[in-house]
Write a protein that binds this ligand. Structure first.
Ligand SMILES: *Cc1c(COP(=O)(O)O)cnc(C)c1O
Length: 252
């Protein structure tokens, strides 16, 4: 153990999160300015990061956090229940047998990718009411659970998300659920070493949004991570999901 461990190390960790968070906000703001767009919401992706790192970001003003695994989400929500304004964004692959738990904790789910999952989530969201500060403030949601449809724009077998040709069916399934509020689309593009390589995939999501009714029906576009957030903002992202640049590398 080095001398940096212990109380002074914890302090240095919190200060590190705060300064990296400030740098990411700056990156996002500059990208929005260059693109002539209003800055997107920033979701701090905290998967596999300790609760103390989330506390540090919350203390620095961050309110939206992204988690990928329902069990981890549940444990952290319990541990951090005192952070009353914290909003959990569920951004991982959601199995239907975990929909009840996700619906009872998440302020918004980014990863609905099938009609069956939409139906299950709708059923579960109908019996859950989140306290006001935890609601994702989307216009007209009024107590419903906002959801985004994840689209696998790259057609990768390893990725979740619905195929572009199945999008309309999933959209209709969400519309049919009184407890869900259709908020937008989300994607994770195939990895390319050059962040610019993500551009065609982001543009594809944009085109799918336009074909499905545009921003009036699907106001949110959740796209862009540490590697490619500038490209995503230039393409019109309204939500970026950033982990590594805020919290550092994740535990393996
Ligand atoms: C892990 C993850 C992120 C954050 O990725 P970073 O490269 O660490 O910024 C964003 N979105 C999803 C869906 C993720 O799984």
């Amino acid at each position: 153990m080095s001398e940096a461990a212990g109380p002074s190390g914890a302090l240095a960790g919190a200060a590190g999160v705060a300064s990296r968070l400030a740098a990411v906000r700056e990156r996002v703001a500059r990208a929005a300015e260059r693109a002539g767009r209003s800055p997107p919401a920033l979701v701090a992706v905290s998967k596999l990061q300790p609760a103390e790192a989330i506390r540090a970001a919350y203390a620095a003003g961050q309110r939206d956090f992204g988690e990928n695994y329902v069990q981890e989400l549940e444990a952290k929500a319990r541990e951090l229940a005192d952070l009353e304004e914290l909003r959990w964004h569920f951004i991982g692959h959601l199995q239907r047998n975990k929909a009840k738990l996700a619906a009872s904790i998440a302020s918004v789910v980014h990863t609905v990718d099938s009609a069956r999952l939409a139906a299950e989530l709708g059923k579960r969201a109908a019996v859950t009411v989140l306290p006001e500060p935890r609601r994702w403030p989307i216009a007209g949601a009024s107590g419903r659970l906002p959801v985004l449809i994840e689209v696998n724009v790259g057609g990768e077998a390893s990725k979740s998300g619905c195929a572009p040709c199945d999008l309309e069916g999933v959209l209709s399934a969400v519309d049919a659920e009184p407890a869900l509020a259709l908020a937008g689309l989300m994607t994770v593009p195939p990895h390319t070493d050059d962040p610019g390589g993500a551009r065609p995939y982001f543009e594809r999501l944009l085109a799918l949004r336009d074909a499905a009714g545009g921003a009036a029906r699907l106001p949110e576009l959740s796209m862009g991570m540490t590697h490619d957030l500038e490209v995503a903002v230039a393409c019109g992202a309204t939500i970026v999901r950033v982990g590594t640049a805020i919290f550092g590398a994740r535990a393996p």
